[in-house]
Design a protein around this ligand. Structure first.
Ligand code: NAD
Length: 467
């Protein structure tokens, strides 16, 4: 364990528990001041973020810049610009007595545990923290141990911005997370795999702690016979290979109308060439490596199993064991029974599966766990509507990839197997708040119609009162 400061996990938690009562009473100005302090400090570690991510996952500098760093400024600015409005209680006349007043007041939840993943390890530790602080909570962050340089950076950075009673960092892996999960947090915000999401939810249930679970899953991508194939291929191939395919909302596999399969594969090849082979050979520096040997071996296993089950390589299939990197790979003739179609791929392998009837493709999606994201490429509004309304997923982008997640005016989260709860913008503020209803009765006489004794009232009523 390595907390920011030398205090034990329990001591940090107790300190925050005390502070939480004060923190919830802070004004919008005071919370904005905290966030502005964070914003002012970020440029000081920009190079360190790039360096840490390069060491942890060989992430290209450009990708680190826009995925882990630049976006945070927009998140902070949007929160600061709207926080006073978000914090305002909604006050109106009661629906049961026009002389009474009701209020819905966003109340801080208290002490929030943020558990981060390795795939976007800086942003996905800091962004939930911003929402939690905006909502008046204190925060303990547990970054992923699989990205140790980024974890260390967060642990060193946070104490330079916030006192430990407001934000602390606990570094470590399963053991430390297990210790944290025993504590009666007021809320846990977890980003990671569905498998560990279950562990978190089970632990949270012991204390009846509320949870936000930002998980993953197999996000399908529909391409119908009316789609603009060139556009679809460009958008899908870019989104599939960001971070080496290790993004929770990466297009996981393609369901394409069989009349367009060949054209789509041809267009995929064109864009893979354009993105990663512009000098004639693979430019590995522009694509993140696989996080670790275990995941590299897992992906190799998925690939080998697909091939053993009859899959054909339409492009790629080159694995660089020494750098644990995989070149963008397109697989056709993939059996639904192969392992690559059973688990989230989380790497640059892309199965392309043709369908004859849209219903078949929809049925396949509905047989499996609800995905985090779903993509539809089509110029036919009926197809788009049919897919959206007959499937369930965390969110949908039409004729592009990932944009429903990048737009902060939309809630982001999964459903069932892909998670629960949402954040981004006002939705994050509300998720990290308890929306407390308050009823302020009028000073008029009390309604005695339901008070005992009941005998006379039962007789008076023409029908039983509680039928
Ligand atoms: P993970 O579930 O392995 O780890 C996430 C966190 O849980 C880490 O901090 C880790 O230390 C901790 N952890 C791991 N095992 C644990 C255990 N047994 N008990 C307690 N804590 C434990 O996830 P990951 O591999 O870091 O990330 C990849 C997964 O996260 C993918 O499924 C991806 O789709 C998902 N993800 C989702 C989002 C989202 O916003 N929905 C974003 C990024 C990643």
């Amino acid at each position: 364990m390595n907390t920011s400061g030398s205090a034990s996990i329990k001591e940090v938690f107790e300190k925050q528990k005390k502070q939480a009562l004060k923190q919830r009473l802070t004004t919008a100005e005071e919370r904005i001041a905290l966030l502005q302090k964070l914003k002012a400090a970020l440029p000081g570690i920009q190079d360190k973020i790039i360096e840490a991510l390069a060491k942890d996952v060989s992430k290209p500098t450009f990708e680190t810049h826009y995925m882990e760093y630049a976006g945070l400024f927009g998140v902070i600015d949007l929160t600061c610009a709207n926080l006073a409005k978000w914090m305002e209680p909604e006050v109106r006349a009661s629906a049961i007595d026009p002389n009474a007043t009701v209020e819905i007041r966003p109340e801080a939840r208290g002490v929030v545990l943020v558990i981060g993943p390795w795939n976007v390890p800086f942003l996905l530790a800091i962004e939930p923290m911003v929402a939690a602080l905006a909502a008046g909570n204190t925060v303990i962050i547990k970054p992923s141990e699989l990205t140790p340089h980024t974890s260390r950076l967060i642990a060193e950075f946070i104490p330079t911005v916030f006192p430990p009673e407001i934000v602390s960092v606990v570094e470590g892996g399963v053991e430390e997370t297990g210790e944290l999960l025993k504590l009666p947090f007021d809320h846990i915000f977890f980003t990671g795999s569905p498998k560990v999401g279950k562990v978190v939810m089970e632990a949270a249930s012991k204390n009846l702690t509320t949870v936000t679970l930002e998980l993953g899953g197999k996000s399908p991508c529909f391409v119908d016979e009316t789609a603009d194939i060139d556009r679809a291929a460009e958008a899908i191939m870019h989104k599939k290979t960001i971070n080496g395919g290790q993004i929770c909302i990466s297009p996981d596999y393609i369901l394409v109308h069989k009349s367009k399969e060949k054209e789509l594969i041809g267009a995929f090849k064109k864009y893979i060439d354009q993105f990663y082979y512009s000098t004639g050979s693979f430019e590995g520096d522009d694509m993140s490596h696989i996080i670790n040997q275990r995941n590299y071996d897992r992906l190799k296993g998925l690939y080998d199993d697909a091939i053993a089950n009859g899959a054909k390589v339409a492009f790629g299939g080159t694995f660089h064991e020494e750098d644990i990197q995989i070149e963008p790979t397109i697989l056709t003739n993939v059996s639904y029974d192969s392992k690559i179609m059973q688990e989230e791929i989380f790497g640059p392998l892309l199965p392309v599966i043709p369908y004859e009837k849209l219903d078949e493709a929809i049925d396949h999606v509905n047989k499996n766990s609800k995905p985090l994201a779903l993509y539809v490429f089509s110029q036919n509004e009926n197809t788009v509507e049919t897919v959206i309304s007959n499937t369930s997923s965390g969110g949908v982008t039409v004729n592009e990839g990932m944009l429903h997640v990048f737009d902060p005016s939309l809630p982001f989260g999964g459903i069932n197997g892909s998670g629960m709860g949402v954040y981004h913008g006002i939705y994050g503020f509300r998720e990290l708040s308890h929306l407390k209803p308050i009823y302020k009765a009028s000073n008029g006489p009390l309604d005695e119609s339901l008070h005992p004794p009941f005998a006379a009232k039962m007789k008076e009523a023409s029908e039983p009162v509680l039928s």
